[in-house]
Design a protein around this ligand. Structure first.
Ligand SMILES: Nc1ncnc2c1ncn2[C@@H]1O[C@H](COP(=O)(O)OP(=O)(O)OP(=O)(O)O)[C@@H](O)[C@H]1O
Length: 595
C-alpha cells in the first residue's frame, strides 16, 4: 500500500512551480492521521505535500532508516516531523511526559533550533499529550534541566548543549528514544560538532540497539526499533561517515543519477549494505570540487563586477534601487565577518541623503528607507532571537548577516540574496542563495566580485552554477544626476561615474566626522583583510591577498586612509611571505645546482 502511494507521487501538470515542487497526492493518502493533516492545513496552510515530503513520509512511517539529500527549501522539516508525530500519537495508551524523550532532532544552530521548534508546536496543537521542547547554547541551563525533568517527548537540540545535558542532567530520561534526526547534517559537521555527535551516539546507542529499549522501556510503550534519519542539502565524505555510523540499511531519497553514478538503483528504493561504500565513492568524487548542485530553476543568478574601491557605493546603490523598485520586500546581504555586519548596519542606520541641502524645499531622508536588521554570532542570544523573529514576520526589511543565516533558516518571502563578500566554498554559495526562491517562489541572487576575482565564476561553473553579469553602469546611470556635474565624455568606468564619486565623498565625510562609525569601519577593515587571507585550497589562487590594494579596501569602508596599524602588521606578513618564497626559490636553485 505504501509502495503504491509512493508510485502515485506524480507531478501536478498545472504550472512549472507546482510540478517541480509539489506532489500530486494528499497528506492523508501518505498515511498520516486526519487530525495531523488538518493541522498541516490549518496551522501551516499546507494544501498538499512537496515531492520530498511525499517520498520521505511513507519511508519514515515504514520504520526504515532514511538519508535525504534534497535542494534547499524543499520542505524537509515537515518530511520528518509529520511522520514522527503520526507514530507518537498512535501509541496506545497515550504516551506521557514521564516517559521522557522519544524523538531527538539535532540541528546546527540556535536559530534553526527555534525554527524547527515553532513548526513542531504548531503541528502538536491538537496532540497536547506529546510535549515539544528545545535545548540550545545560550539558554538558561537550569530552566532546561527543569523542562527535561518534567519530560519532553520531541526534543530539538544543538549538539553541544545536548551532550552537556546527556552528561550532567541525570533526570533527562531518554531510554524510550526511537528517533534521532540529523537536520542539516553537513552543517553540523562543518561547524566541528563531529566529535560531539560521536559521543552523543555512543551515549544514546546507535542503529538498532534493541537491548537498551527493552530493558528500560516503560510498560505501556510497545518496543520499537530505533530509526535514524539524516537530512542534508549537500553530500560529502563527513556526511557519508555520519551516515555510516548512524544509519542501518537506509532508504535514500534525492540522490539523482549523477550523484549516484556508482549506485544503479532507483532513488527512493532501499539499497544494500554496501551502499555506503558506493555513496562514499560518490561523495569523494563530489568533494573534489565537482559536485553539481540543484538550485531552484526560477532563481535568477547574477554577478556584479565591481572595482574594490567602489564596492560600498555600489552595494548601497543596488539596495536603494531594489527597495525603490519594490517597497515591500526582504533582502539578505551576506558579509564575511561580524565586524563588517556591525559597520554596515550602523552606516545604513545613519546615512542620510542628500548629504547637503541646497534649497529650502529639499528634505534629508535616510539613504535606504527600509527597516534594517543584523544577525551574527557575536550578538547576544536575546538580540539574535529578536532579529530572527522580526525578520521572519516583517513584510519588508533588509538583513545584514554573516553565514549564521546561510543554513536552513526559513525566512518567508526573501526576494533577493546579495553576497557582498564571497562565500568561499561553492557549497556555502548554494546555501546562501537557498534563502530565496524557496518552494517555487521568485528570487534573485547577486554576488559581488572584483575584477581580479572573476575566476571564481569558473569554480562555480564546475558545480553547474552559471551566472550572468549584472548591468552595473546602466544602474548607475539611472540615478538622478541633476545635482552633479556630468563629464561630457561617455562614462566608461564605474570608479569615475559621477554618482559613484559623489556618494563615496558623502560616505567618507560621514565617517570622518563620526568617531564611533570610524572605529567600526577600522575594525571591519581589519577583520575583512584577515578573512580574505583565510581562503583555503584552490580558492587562494582566486582570492589573492597579494593582489589586494589596501587603499582601495579602505575606501570600501569609506575610510580615506588605510588604518596604519593594520597596514604595518599586514605588510609585515606580506613581506615575510615574500621572504619565505624567495628563500624557497633560493634553496631550490642550490639543490638543482648540487644535483
Ligand atoms: N507541503 C508544503 N506546502 C506548502 N509550503 C510548504 C510545504 N512544506 C514546506 N513548506 C514551506 O516551504 C518552506 C521550506 O521548508 P523547509 O524549511 O522545511 O525546507 P528545507 O528543505 O528544510 O530547506 P533548507 O534546506 O534551506 O533547510 C517553508 O516556508 C515551509 O513552511
Amino acid at each position: 500500500m505504501k509502495q503504491n502511494t509512493m508510485n502515485n507521487v506524480k507531478s501536478k501538470a498545472d504550472g512549472k512551480k507546482n510540478s517541480e515542487v509539489f506532489a500530486s497526492c494528499s497528506f492523508s493518502s501518505l498515511g498520516l492521521h486526519p487530525t495531523l493533516c488538518d493541522q498541516l492545513k490549518e496551522r501551516l496552510s499546507f494544501e498538499g505535500p512537496t515531492q520530498v515530503q511525499a517520498e520521505a513520509i511513507p519511508v519514515v512511517l515504514s520504520g526504515r532508516h532514511l538519508l535525504v539529500n534534497a535542494a534547499t527549501g524543499t520542505g524537509k522539516t515537515v518530511a520528518y516531523l509529520a511522520p514522527v508525530i503520526h507514530q507518537l500519537q498512535n501509541i496506545n495508551p497515550r504516551i506521557q511526559r514521564s516517559d521522557g524523550t522519544f524523538a531527538l532532532v539535532l540541528v546546527p544552530t540556535r536559530e534553526l533550533c527555534m525554527q524547527v521548534y515553532e513548526i513542531l508546536v504548531k503541528l502538536l496543537h491538537r496532540f497536547h499529550w506529546i510535549v515539544p521542547g528545545y535545548i540550545m547554547g545560550g539558554e538558561n541551563r537550569s530552566k532546561e534541566k527543569a523542562r527535561l525533568r518534567k519530560g519532553v517527548s520531541i526534543l530539538v537540540a544543538t549538539p553541544g548543549r545536548l551532550l552537556d545535558h546527556l552528561k550532567n542532567t541525570s533526570s533527562f530520561l531518554h531510554t524510550n528514544l526511537r528517533w534521532i534526526i540529523f537536520d542539516e547534517a553537513d552543517r553540523i559537521l562543518e561547524l566541528g560538532f563531529g566529535k560531539d555527535i560521536e559521543q552523543i551516539l555512543n551515549i544514546l546507542g546507535t542503529k538498532q540497539d534493541k537491548s537498551v529499549s527493552k530493558e528500560n522501556a516503560t510498560s505501556n510503550i510497545p518496543e520499537v526499533l530505533k530509526q535514524n534519519l539524516l537530512l542534508s542539502a549537500t553530500l560529502n565524505e563527513k556526511v557519508n561517515h555520519l551516515a555510516k555510523i548512524s544509519l542501518e540499511n537506509p532508504v535514500m531519497i534525492g540522490l539523482d543519477e549523477k550523484k549516484m553514478q556508482h549506485v544503479n538503483h532507483d532513488h527512493s528504493v532501499s539499497v544494500g549494505s554496501d551502499v555506503f561504500d558506493r555513496l562514499g565513492e560518490s561523495a569523494k568524487g563530489m568533494s573534489a570540487s565537482t559536485e553539481e548542485y540543484n538550485l531552484p530553476s526560477q532563481l535568477v543568478q547574477r554577478y556584479i563586477k565591481v572595482p574594490c574601491g567602489s564596492r560600498l557605493v555600489v552595494l548601497l546603490s543596488i539596495l536603494k534601487h531594489l527597495f525603490e523598485r519594490e517597497t515591500s520586500q526582504k533582502i539578505v546581504v551576506f558579509f564575511s565577518t561580524c565586524d563588517a555586519v556591525d559597520f554596515h548596519y550602523s552606516l545604513v542606520s545613519k546615512f542620510e541623503w542628500p548629504p547637503i541641502l541646497q534649497s529650502e524645499a529639499e528634505v534629508r531622508k535616510m539613504f535606504l528607507g527600509c527597516k534594517t536588521l543584523r544577525l551574527h554570532g557575536n550578538m547576544n542570544h536575546e538580540d539574535r532571537k529578536t532579529t530572527f523573529q522580526t525578520f521572519k514576520t516583517e513584510k519588508s526589511a533588509l538583513l545584514l548577516s554573516t553565514d549564521v543565516s546561510a543554513r536552513g533558516l526559513d525566512f518567508p518571502k526573501v526576494r533577493c540574496i546579495i553576497q557582498y563578500d564571497s562565500p568561499g566554498e561553492a557549497t556555502e554559495f548554494v546555501h546562501r542563495v537557498g534563502r530565496t526562491a524557496r518552494l517555487g517562489e521568485k528570487g534573485e541572487s547577486l554576488i559581488f566580485l572584483q575584477p581580479v576575482e572573476i575566476d571564481y565564476l569558473k569554480d562555480l561553473e564546475k558545480h553547474g552554477v552559471m551566472l550572468t553579469e549584472y548591468p552595473l553602469l546602466k544602474l548607475l546611470d539611472s540615478f538622478p544626476l541633476h545635482r552633479l556635474k556630468l563629464p561630457i565624455k561617455k562614462l566608461l568606468s564605474v570608479e569615475m561615474h559621477p554618482w559613484v564619486l559623489s556618494l563615496q565623498k558623502a560616505l567618507e565625510s560621514l565617517i570622518s566626522t563620526e568617531s564611533t562609525l570610524k572605529n567600526l569601519a577600522k575594525n571591519a577593515f581589519r577583520s575583512w583583510v584577515r578573512a580574505y587571507t583565510a581562503h583555503r585550497g584552490e580558492l587562494k589562487q582566486i582570492f589573492m591577498v597579494k593582489k589586494l590594494h589596501l587603499g582601495h579596501v579602505a575606501k570600501s569602508f569609506a575610510l580615506k586612509e588605510q588604518p596604519s596599524v593594520v597596514n604595518k602588521s599586514f605588510q609585515k606578513q606580506i613581506k615575510k611571505r615574500r621572504r619565505d618564497e624567495k628563500h624557497k626559490v633560493h634553496f631550490k636553485k642550490i639543490r638543482v645546482a648540487k644535483s
